[in-house]
Design a protein around this ligand. Structure first.
Ligand code: MG
Length: 246
């Protein structure tokens, strides 16, 4: 069942979303060659608590960290660690908080220092594919309209969308219905209604969409070792169109 949100709920998710954005901006700002990826986790956690919010991922189904840090061929659910970023790496940062009764969730991919054209183009296309998806988050459309917009945009740029992980409803819980895939699924013809709040999150691979799970049982990586990028916003479907809450 899809839980629709009223104006008060949407304002509450927006307040959580503002914290997520502030923290993702801080994490993006410290990104440079030489930092250890565990530094993201420490900064995110410290800042979240200082803003009276709780990092939403830590402990969720046993995930051990506050931020997912996925480097280069890692797609999502990467573990922050003692690994030092190197010039040319690309880093996907996925973060969510619980604040005052509500959840919000977002992600960005950022470059460490100067990156290759191939990496920066993948980042650009992934960010733009999120925009293409968000523009279809309109009452009366179907979830598939979002999925198709992302899939077509990505395929038109010769990349592929990850199929094993999808976007989701968000707000009262971190993950709610409906699922929001980044590619067309015939059976997923769900009507988009005013009051839906969804996390739209294309994960885009340079080559094949195929992924594998690494030894830590969490981290998803491309099977062919190509690069992967990820952008996500929490979006409310309102009378006046899609409203980005993160
Ligand atoms: Mg999400």
């Amino acid at each position: 069942m899809v839980n629709l949100k009223n104006k008060i709920d949407i304002d509450g998710i927006k307040a959580a979303g503002a914290i997520v954005r502030e923290i993702l901006n801080k994490l993006s700002d410290i990104t440079e060659p030489g930092i250890k990826t565990i530094e993201y986790d420490l900064l995110a956690e410290k800042t979240a608590f200082s803003l009276n919010s709780v990092p939403a991922f830590k402990g969720y189904k046993g995930f051990p960290y506050s931020v997912c840090v996925s480097v280069n061929e890692e797609v999502v659910h990467g573990f922050p660690s003692q690994r030092k970023l190197r010039e040319g790496d690309i880093v996907s940062l996925d973060f969510g908080v619980y604040y005052n009764g509500y959840y919000a969730d977002a992600a960005v991919t950022v470059p460490a220092g100067a990156v290759s054209d191939r990496a920066s183009n993948l980042i650009k296309i992934t960010r733009e594919s999120l925009g293409a998806g968000i523009s279809k988050a309109i009452a009366g459309n179907k979830i598939n309209d979002i999925s198709i917009a992302i899939e077509n945009f990505v395929a038109g740029n010769k990349y592929s969308v990850v199929r094993d992980f999808v976007g989701h409803g968000v707000g009262f819980k971190l993950h709610e219905e409906p699922q929001v895939p980044n590619y067309y699924i015939e059976a997923n013809d769900i009507l988009i209604e005013e009051g839906m709040v969804i996390a739209i999150e294309p994960m885009v691979n340079e080559f094949s969409y195929k992924v594998k799970i690494k030894q830590n049982k969490w981290t998803v990586a491309t099977k062919d070792k190509g690069l992967s990028a990820h952008f996500e916003h929490t979006v409310a479907v309102t009378k006046s169109g899609p409203q980005i809450l993160t």
